[in-house]
Write a protein that binds this ligand. Structure first.
Ligand SMILES: [Zn+2]
Length: 457
């Protein structure tokens, strides 16, 4: 049967389009191969499943974190790194203990249980718990206005929402996080007996989101918890009807002696510039409420996968490609600090450092510090990556762990992901393997592998 002219014409356009996409350019062919390799392999996703399901959450300093470190060490070996070594570091050893309980009681409205969790690094309540009336605020500065007279003997409830108007949710998180990191000591200055923080998420549900707090050592420590957003809304509604209602909560956390731990390093030696390093990494520690899937098991697995893909394609790097799996990003950042100190002491030369710690959601591009000598070239790579949905090549990049290298003038870079759902999972019981999409994860692995390839020239 003869094809109609319109169909022939359409076929021709499609053929032309495909031909253009599969440009003969060497780089675009290599990037195509990287994506093909990533999207047809289930290995990294299976490794993430093992990490999440067989090892589980990996609170810094815990036995599970130690098992996680052994696991990534083994993965780097099977991936084919030339050398794998551990960099020792002492880390904090905070434990949550038994599950927390909380309730609110009103003489008008009755009693209602609340979903809470202790903030990381918090002290425990006395074994009988604490109980008090609530002062609801939405900022640290409001405490100053209220003063000691209003706050003394009360529990301060920080109820500032993450601002939903930000398109990139990391910006909303950044503007709400001071309640969690500094709220306890700021409230204690005015005599508060405890603090409750609205969970840092845009989701409306009953999952509390933990995260680290920082006590001011000059101020009395008070027990701090996060409350699920739905319960935060309910508590605020009840407070309007009954300002004298009382909340009680009990937590069982403890801070034990610091323990020895490690950053794990795996390298493929460069053939032309072996002493210059392209660093890529994530952090193996996680919070304990979920499985540390998005934050940041995935960043670790994608870093290792990025190396595996290049090796599987027979690629021999010019620069040394170094995968660093950091420990203790969540609580003390001891891993990032220790790596930077080691780098300084041993005069490491980094061409660039890339951190993967924004979840394994759909990758959208990369951020790079514009002071980097590579920045101009970086911006020209956008057309090569556009066929894979990677359109965003923006100024500014980094991460908590590699941030400590900025003092050594190391250019920093990060993978940018679609952030809309990230804080639904972040630091909560929802950060589990089931909430990872294999295709999104592998598009990220391929994106990172491709950018390493481009940085290696
Ligand atoms: Zn993280």
């Amino acid at each position: 049967m003869t094809k109609k002219p319109a169909i022939v014409c359409l076929s021709f356009i499609l053929l032309l389009f495909n031909t253009l996409s599969y440009s003969q350019n060497k780089d675009s062919l290599m990037i195509r191969q990287i994506f093909d390799q990533a999207l047809t392999s289930h290995l990294a996703y299976t490794q993430l499943r093992n990490l999440c399901k067989n090892i589980g959450p990996r609170l810094t300093g815990s036995g599970q974190a130690a098992v996680g470190i052994e696991y990534v060490h083994k993965l780097l070996k099977t991936t084919g790194c030339d050398s794998i070594y551990n960099l020792p570091v002492m880390v904090r050893n905070w434990e949550r203990g038994e599950k927390e309980t909380a309730s609110m009681t009103s003489s008008i409205l009755g009693t209602n249980d609340l979903h809470i969790c202790a903030l990381g690094g918090s002290i425990a309540t006395p074994s009988a718990g604490i109980q008090g009336q609530i002062i609801m605020v939405d900022s640290l500065s409001q405490l100053k206005k209220l003063g000691r007279q209003a706050i003394e003997g009360h529990i301060v409830f920080f109820n500032r929402h993450m601002d939903p108007r930000f398109i990139r949710t990391f910006n909303a998180y950044g503007r709400a996080a001071d309640q969690r990191t500094l709220g306890a000591s700021e409230a204690a200055k005015y005599g508060a007996i405890g603090v409750i923080i609205r969970s840092l998420t845009l989701a409306d549900n009953l999952y509390p989101h933990t995260g680290v707090l920082r006590y001011d050592t000059a101020i009395t420590r008070i027990p701090a918890v996060a409350i699920a957003t739905r319960d935060a809304d309910l508590l605020s509604q009840w407070l309007k009807k009954d300002p004298s209602l009382r909340v009680s909560y009990t937590t069982h956390c403890s801070e034990n002696q610091p323990v020895p731990s490690f950053n794990v390093v795996g390298e493929i030696k460069g053939s032309l510039y072996p002493d210059q390093v392209i660093l890529v990494g994530g952090h193996i520690d996680s919070w304990d409420l979920g499985e540390g899937a998005q934050d940041d098991g995935i960043g670790c697995m994608q870093s290792i996968e990025a190396l595996r893909i290049l090796l599987s394609l027979g690629y021999k790097p010019n620069y040394t490609i170094r995968c660093v799996i950091f420990i203790d990003e969540e609580i003390g950042q001891a891993g990032g600090r220790a790596y930077a100190a080691w780098s300084l002491a041993t005069k490491q030369k980094h061409r660039i450092a890339i951190e993967l710690d924004a979840g394994g959601l759909l990758p959208l591009g990369f951020g790079m510090s514009d002071k980097s000598p590579l920045f101009e070239a970086f911006q020209k790579w956008q057309p090569l990556m556009l066929p894979y949905g990677l359109y965003n090549f923006q100024k500014g990049g980094g991460g908590v762990d590699i941030g400590f290298l900025s003092g050594q003038n190391v250019p920093l870079m990060s993978l940018l992901t679609d952030s809309q759902r990230y804080f639904d999972y972040h630091h909560s019981g929802l950060d589990v393997f089931e909430n990872v999409n294999e295709r999104e994860m592998q598009l990220g692995s391929a994106a990172v592998s491709s950018i390493i390839y481009l940085l290696d020239r």
